[in-house]
Design a protein around this ligand. Structure first.
Ligand SMILES: [Zn+2]
Length: 232
């Protein structure tokens, strides 16, 4: 079965693995002006990955997890908040308590590793995720971050097929930094995220596409409309 990555606007992605497992990263669906789906439209989700505890990355994590009994990956302090404020059952937190930067979790043949990101968070610290699907395909969701030199190390440890990178500026990397990040990560493909949602953010991926061509011409940049997916 082909794998697919569907963009739900902002930093929210629905990933379907070759064996049909579904992961949602940074679920902000209700109230996300760029998300064409309603929460009720989501298919069954096996795992919810939260990069950090800001509303535009975590708002619907508990709703989704409770509805589908999905496992939730997030830092212990963020899990704690989901439990105390949202009633997330402890059994649905990865390892019963959450995980932290450097840690990995196995989800039915998929390995998810939490990696560094440079940003802020109301609880815990911000993170990114490296997601290795059953067939070895490796995805990197950077979360919200500025560019950092450790991206080069990530690429050595986890050769990246597809990198999902924020390009909107103000709160994260802008297009120039994200294009430069491609030279560190050396992914086969890249998808821009975290733009257009708020007036203060960059409003299109055009600049990123141009700069990526200059900085990393070998990387295939895939710009999705919200609700559309890339499968391969
Ligand atoms: Zn954000």
């Amino acid at each position: 079965m082909p794998k697919s990555v569907k963009w739900l606007g902002h930093s929210c992605f629905l990933i379907t693995s070759p064996k049909g497992k579904r992961l949602v990263v940074d679920p902000w669906i209700a109230g996300n002006p760029c998300c064409p789906l309603k929460l009720e439209d989501l298919p069954k989700i096996d795992a919810v990955l939260v990069t950090h505890d800001h509303f535009d990355h975590s708002s619907n994590a508990v709703d989704i997890a409770k509805r589908f009994k999905s496992v939730v990956l997030a830092q212990p302090e963020t899990i704690g908040r989901m439990q105390s404020e949202g009633g997330l059952p402890a059994a649905q937190a990865v390892y019963g308590m959450g995980m932290n930067t450097g840690g990995s979790a196995a989800i039915d043949g998929i390995t998810v590793t939490m990696v560094e990101a440079h940003h802020s968070s109301q609880t815990g610290s911000p993170a990114g995720y490296v997601i290795k699907l059953e067939d070895g395909t490796t995805l990197y969701h950077a979360g919200d971050t500025g560019i950092f030199g450790g991206m080069q190390l990530l690429a050595e440890l986890f050769p990246v097929d597809l990198a999902m990178l924020p390009i909107g500026g103000v709160f994260t990397m802008d297009s120039l930094q994200a294009a430069k990040a491609l030279t560190l990560l050396k992914p086969k493909m890249a998808m821009p995220m975290h733009y257009k949602t708020f007036p203060v953010l960059e409003q299109s991926a055009d600049n990123f596409v141009t700069l990526a061509k200059e900085e990393a011409p070998n990387v295939k940049v895939i710009v999705l409309e919200p609700g559309k997916e890339h499968s391969w």
